[in-house]
Design a protein around this ligand. Structure first.
Ligand code: SAM
Length: 266
């Protein structure tokens, strides 16, 4: 299955900043509790985007781990490199397409991670086979992604606004079963951990900012809902009006992120 997915740097950073501003919990803290990365480790983050997880590992190990981030978006890689230079962090950010052979020798990494990215892989056996190949024996894989219950309120508002079925989201529809099972076949001790983070929007405006950063025309997943700028504006207007009704009724808008973390050992 070929998944046509494109993330813009602005949309990704907007969503990260909204999670940080209005979320009750901190996914970074959870990631560190689960992984406890140690100085001296060699770590690869696949689909690293603007480098969020790489910087987290680097901060936690006080710059003492050897960290690599790979992504196929040159725009996001540039952001990551600029942020690394600004912090004086020695992290290697380079192009990688996780649908192809990973450009690393086998048994290179103590930890291979991927946050909200690798589940877009076209052929899970190839991608996770590569993740397995580059992981050291006894090294770990940690993959996070949305569970089917993720962002229920967000999808309900859109369904009410459009009266249309929500397009299947490749992440949540594959994560718990297909992806878990593929990892389980290749690795050992595979377990599914869960992280829940209620995001409370104190007004309709930041919720709409989140909607825009999720549905903008650059994100190809939503195109069944609109065609061109006019229909996009129309759709946003309908979503805003439903969100305003919900907000009036409940006094707030709460969208819970329900994240799965698949942890496995080679
Ligand atoms: C939702 S973002 C997550 C980024 C980062 N892990 C984070 O948590 O901020 C998904 C990332 O996957 C990357 N991506 C999607 N398909 C890819 C592919 N085939 N190869 C490498 N990266 C890919 C995108 O460019 C984007 O940076």
């Amino acid at each position: 299955m070929e998944i046509n997915y494109q993330e813009t740097s602005k949309d990704l950073l907007t969503r990260i900043s909204i999670h940080e501003k209005y979320g009750a919990r901190d996914i970074d803290k959870w990631t560190i509790e689960v992984l406890d990365p140690k100085p001296g480790m060699t770590i690869l983050d696949v689909g690293c985007g603007a480098g969020k997880q790489c910087f987290l590992y680097d901060d936690f190990t006080k710059g003492q781990a050897r960290i690599f981030g790979g992504d196929f978006s040159e725009e996001l890689l540039e952001k990551a490199r600029a942020a690394a230079a600004g912090r004086g962090a020695n992290i290697s950010f380079s192009f990688m397409d996780f649908n192809k052979r990973f450009g690393f020798d086998e048994s290179t990494f103590d930890l291979v991670s991927s946050a909200f990215a690798i589940y877009y892989a076209s052929d899970l056996r190839i991608t996770f086979g590569e993740a397995h190949r580059v992981t050291k024996p006894k090294g770990r894989l940690f993959v996070t992604g949305p569970l089917p219950e993720n962002k229920k309120m967000f999808y309900e508002i859109i369904r009410e606004a459009t009266d249309k079925p929500i397009p299947p989201m490749p992440g949540s529809s594959r994560f718990k079963v297909e992806i878990f099972e593929t990892i389980q076949e290749l690795f050992s001790n595979t377990q599914l951990l869960t992280f829940e983070n209620p995001i409370t929007f104190p007004q309709v405006a930041p919720f709409m900012e989140y909607v825009r950063a999720s549905l903008s025309e650059d994100r190809k997943l939503w195109t069944s809902m609109f065609n061109g700028p006019e229909q996009y504006a129309n759709l946003l207007g309908k979503i805003e009006s439903v969100a305003a009704t919900w907000f009036k009724r409940d006094g707030k808008l709460v969208m819970t992120k329900v994240v799965g973390g698949i942890l496995a050992v080679k």
